[in-house]
Write a protein that binds this ligand. Structure first.
Ligand SMILES: [Zn+2]
Length: 547
């Protein structure tokens, strides 16, 4: 099978200046790249076609021809296995490869003792699985992923938060030596079975109970296999700088590359300050030869769970005990006091950004549905409640802890500062919880980055934005043969007009697919055309091989 793409403006993924050119794809690889000085005339096109004997000829008509986009941070773990539609809204954005298993929160390893609790706990991030879903380790998950055969190339990592849950539940305190051995065995299993790396979610229960030393010990196990550590840090607000130092230190002590996930500075009083200090730490480490990179999503609001906003002292061994305590008068009184206090080493988002910047994005109880899209302040005002903390408690208890929120917590200037870093990559951080009002990044992060950063505000040249979503993530996460238009690369290719390709998802109307992508090839086969997936070819499960 030969595909000839003529007359394209090739943006090859390396950040080099775009050039006019022709591409020949043979089977699943790029077989020839031909630079041309100017766009081809009609006659020249005819000649070209005759000289190539291709099965399919596409006149790209001077549109952008770029590598398929790679999103190394989507919480797709369950969606890729259980949602038959998975891959559609990804392909609409030009995403041809995606990695899940982020932020320490993976639906494996599932254990008898803590599995159900874990699945409930991570559901605001990854969504829920059909009853009876039990991935006892990475391989059992991967087998299901292979069977599901998703539309786009899909791989995952192992979350060490879930490893900790599997080994010791939601208990505080250090690992015992036996527990540590068990945890390491889970990591070895995943690395041997081809996981792309490990992810930490140090901000989240129960991983927040782990010391840096423990985290280093776990990371070392993955380092033996030359994999990456990607890290949702302990804090992104008041403790951003010390948390950045901690992530760097884990990478250094474990002797492995570390990537800081959704790098940002949250909290009004930290805006335009903390991020510069954190960047200094990263650049010092990089100057000393350490591999430290970051990624970011191109929005000023983030998504998390309402549970994660409970003061740390209020959090018990498990979700049920936590909510029982919160339901009691004594617990309620304590909560109302602590939610307005600073806590050492923990970002109090209520103080950092205020109730009016915390917006409900995911709920399950029909009685609460009317609160979707409202801030906690608005809900309180509408109901004549003086203290929005009362609303927070009420929602947590009635929803059994499963409440998703969007925090409008970042400054555009800070996000732009991160976008301009030569070592920052673009991600979506898409969540797949079952909600009518998801974060718009699920539907639009990649075209938004192009539109906002390259076309409208011109913060970066188009080829640099493309680089941050193709070659850079492929290199950092060891996704071989993808992310670049180069001789011999897999032919994952997007064709689009950068002026037309657009994200449609907004905060008010998030469930809008991106529009304007002309064509996408996956391994040389047409996978997206005329505004829909062709379903003629599937990318399927991917893993690390050959090591
Ligand atoms: Zn995260």
């Amino acid at each position: 099978m030969k595909v000839l793409i003529l007359n394209g403006k090739i943006i090859d993924g390396t950040g080099s200046k775009p050039y006019f050119g022709n591409l020949l794809i043979k089977d699943d690889r790029i077989a020839l790249i031909e630079k041309i000085d100017t766009a081809l005339s009609r006659e020249a096109v005819k000649e070209k076609i005759a000289s190539f004997d291709a099965d399919i000829v596409i006149d790209a008509d001077q549109k952008a021809v770029a590598p398929g986009f790679i999103d190394i941070h989507r919480h797709l773990d369950l969606a890729a296995v259980f949602d038959p539609d998975f891959g559609r809204l990804e392909l609409a954005q030009g995403i041809t490869t995606a990695l899940g298993g982020n932020c320490g929160l993976t639906p494996y390893p599932y254990t008898k003792a803590y599995g159900e609790q874990m699945m409930a706990y991570i559901s605001p991030v990854v969504g829920s699985a059909p009853k009876g879903t039990r991935f006892s380790d990475y391989q059992s998950y991967y087998t299901a992923l292979e069977k599901a055969d998703p539309l786009i190339h899909t791989g995952t990592m192992l979350g060490t938060g879930s490893v900790r849950t599997a080994v010791k539940g939601y208990e505080k305190g250090p690992y015992t030596p036996e527990e540590m051995e068990k945890a390491k065995a889970y990591i070895r299993e995943a690395m041997e079975a081809g996981a792309f790396g490990i992810s930490m979610g140090i901000m989240y229960i129960p991983e927040c109970y782990s010391s840096r030393r423990e985290l280093v010990e776990l990371a070392k196990e993955a380092a033996k296999y030359n994999r990456i550590l990607t890290c949702h840090m302990r804090g992104e607000g008041d403790s951003l700088v010390s948390s950045t130092e901690e992530a760097i230190q884990i990478g250094r002590e474990a002797a492995m590359p570390v990537n800081i996930s959704h790098f940002k500075s949250v909290g009004l009083k930290n805006w335009n300050k903390a991020i510069h200090k954190a960047i200094e730490k990263i650049e010092d480490a990089r100057a000393a030869g350490q591999e430290v990179t970051v990624d970011f999503y191109p929005y000023t609001g983030g998504a998390t769970t309402l549970m994660s906003m409970l003061p740390p002292d209020m959090v018990k061994f498990n979700v049920k005990d936590t909510l029982d305590e919160l339901s009691s008068q004594r617990g309620f009184d304590r909560f109302k006091k602590e939610i307005y206090q600073d806590h050492d080493g923990w970002d109090n988002m209520v103080l950092n950004i205020g109730w009016d910047r915390i917006i409900i994005s995911s709920l399950n109880q029909p009685a609460n549905k009317e609160y979707m899209g409202m801030s906690l302040q608005e809900i309180a005002d509408d109901n004549g409640i003086d203290d929005p903390a009362d609303v927070m408690r009420e929602l947590l208890v009635s929803e059994e802890g499963k409440v998703g929120v969007i925090q409008m917590s970042m400054s555009q200037e800070d996000v732009d500062t991160i976008a301009k870093l030569p070592y920052s990559k673009i991600i979506s951080d898409a969540l797949y919880d079952d909600t009518d009002s998801p974060h718009p990044r699920l539907y639009g992060a990649f075209p938004k980055a192009i539109r906002d950063y390259a076309i409208n505000r011109r913060i970066l040249p188009l080829e640099m934005v493309i680089r941050k979503m193709t070659k850079m993530p492929a290199e950092t996460f060891g996704i071989k043969g993808r992310g670049e238009i180069a001789l011999g690369s897999y032919a994952d290719i997007n064709i689009f007009d950068p002026q037309v390709f657009k994200d449609m998802a907004t905060w008010k109307r998030p469930r809008q697919k991106a529009e304007g992508l002309d064509m996408t090839f996956l391994d040389g086969r047409l996978a997206w055309n005329e505004g829909r997936p062709t379903r003629a070819y599937k990318g399927g499960a991917i893993k690390v091989t050959g090591e």
